[in-house]
Every structure is written in C-alpha cells, then in structure tokens.
Write a protein that binds this ligand. Structure first.
Ligand code: NAD
Length: 260
C-alpha cells in the first residue's frame, strides 16, 4: 500500500485525489496538510487521514507527498520533501521562474513529478499538437482556455505549456506568446500565439488550440468534466515516484504512447 500525504487536502483537487485514492485499492491518503484555519480533528477510531498544518511534522519516511495548494506552499513543500527524502508529485500552477527553480532544486535529492495538467486526455492533446504543428506549419495558432471563477492564475498553466511547446517547435521566442490583444493596432504578425482566458461559473478545465488557415480551420480541444480526470493521472504519478530515482519527471515519463 502506498501511503500519501496530500498538501492542500481540503481544496478541490485535494478532495478529488482522496476520492480517487479511496477507489484505487493500492494507495491510501494517510495525512492531509492544510492551512491552520482548515485543520480538523482526526477520527478517534483511526479511520481516515490525520490532519495537520505542518508537513515536516506530519510526514513519515515512506510517504509520497502530493501537493495541490498555492505557489508559496509548492516551494515550501518541495524543500521539506528534499530535506526528508520524500518523493513528490507537484501540480500547483501559476509559479514564477524562481518558484519553479525551487521545485527543480528538490529534484536533485528526491524524485519530483511536476505537471501543469495531470489529465491523460491533455497528454494526448499535447502529442496531437506536435503532429498538427508539423502538418500545418504556416497556419495561425491561438489558444482559448476556460476555467471556473475561483481559479487564481491566468492564463492557465496548461495553456502556457501548450504555447511553449508550439513556439519551441516553430523556433519562436517567448515574446511571440501574447496574452490577449489589448492595445493592438496593427494586423496579426505571423509569429504570434494568442492566449485567451475565460473565467466563470464552474468550468473545471477546457483548452482549445485553434489552427486557422485560409478558408479553413482545425481545432484540438480537451474538456475536463470532472476533477477525477486529473486525480487519476496524479495517482499514476504517485505510483511512479514511489519507486523512482531522484530527478525531475513529467507525465510523459509515466504514460507511454497508446497507454491510457
Ligand atoms: P483550491 O483553492 O480549491 O485548493 C487549494 C487548497 O490549498 C486550499 O484548501 C488552500 O487553503 C490550501 N493551501 C494553500 N496554501 C496552503 C498551505 N501553505 N498549506 C496547506 N494548504 C494550503 O484550489 P484547487 O482547485 O484544488 O487547485 C490547487 C492548485 O492546483 C491550483 O494552482 C490549480 O491551478 C492547480 N491545479 C492543477 C491541476 C493539474 O493537473 N496540474 C489540476 C487542477 C488544478
């Protein structure tokens, strides 16, 4: 049985991961780390997870840590995992470059699997994107993402990752990724990827990559209807890091082509 500690255990993703783990059979959420205000009493009968607000105090050797919380907590969690030798699955988005390098630093000492999107469908979309980029080299490319009104970062980590992948394949610099078109006066340059973020209601996660040609267009789109879409990928990642050597991994290391 793989023992999990979920940082952000009271949040939307934390709850979805606990639900998926309960149905999996080979993993158990032993502890949840939450903000002090969210701590609750552990079940006196010993059923259910231990609740705490200090990962360093709650974690035990052999645990796998899963983190879906906030950028600051993501970096703090990675540091504690490195110090205590705990494998880490990290999914918080909206980290700046310094925070991402804080996570990478932990990967020199423990296995760290980091992904902006743990859905298997988005993994397939990323792979399909590579194929369409090759097939349609001159077409304009735009990315539209939709998320619930509570999401705190924009554009989404997934949209940024899709844009990074596309501009790298086309040999374009970071400045070619444009978030919205406020202030634009001229026509669209060839070397540009527009990102557009919709926020509202309860959309869980929706990403469309639109290729526009002369008189035709192609759209690759993924819609997450349930957070279980992410949680199942997270559990696969947890099984992977439980036995992995120290290093920085992605979902591509866990799930091969044609391996749903
Ligand atoms: P949420 O706001 O519902 O939950 C986050 C939880 O983390 C909250 O309960 C919050 O109080 C808690 N938290 C914040 N700081 C903490 C700390 N220092 N210690 C312990 N707990 C802390 O958000 P969510 O929808 O669950 O998303 C969490 C993060 O995961 C966001 O960055 C989101 O964009 C990202 N996300 C990633 C994926 C993916 O596949 N990689 C999928 C969905 C969401």
């Amino acid at each position: 049985m793989i023992s999990l500690v979920v940082v952000g255990g009271a949040g939307r993703m934390g709850r979805a991961i606990a639900e998926a783990a309960a149905g999996a059979g080979d993993l158990t959420v032993r502890a949840c780390v939450v903000r002090a205000a969210e701590t609750r009493a552990s079940d006196p009968a010993g059923d259910g997870p231990v609740w705490g607000s200090d990962l360093a105090a709650v974690a035990r050797p052999g645990d796998v840590v899963i983190e879906f919380s906030s950028p600051a907590a993501a970096v703090a969690t990675a540091k504690i995992c490195a110090e205590q030798g705990l494998p880490l699955v990290s999914g918080t988005t909206g980290l700046d470059a310094d925070a991402e390098s804080g996570i990478r630093a932990a990967a020199t000492r423990v296995p760290v699997l980091r992904a902006a999107n743990f859905s298997i469908g988005v993994l397939a979309l990323r792979r399909a994107l590579d194929a369409v980029l090759t097939a349609l080299p001159g077409w304009d490319l735009e990315i539209v993402e939709r998320h619930h009104r509570g999401k705190v970062d924009a554009p989404s980590g997934t949209a940024l990752e899709l844009a990074r992948r596309a501009r790298t394949q086309r040999g374009w610099g970071e400045e070619t990724v444009r978030n919205g078109r406020s202030g634009r006066t001229g026509p669209r340059p060839d070397a540009e990827i527009g990102l557009h973020s919709l926020r509202g209601g309860s959309w869980i996660g929706d990403h469309a990559v639109v290729f526009a040609g002369a008189g035709e267009w192609v759209e690759l789109r993924h819609v997450a209807q349930d957070r279980g879409a992410f949680a199942h990928g997270v559990l696969r990642a947890a099984r992977f890091v439980a036995d992995a050597a120290p290093g920085l991994y992605t979902l591509d290391d866990v799930i091969g082509t044609g391996d749903p």
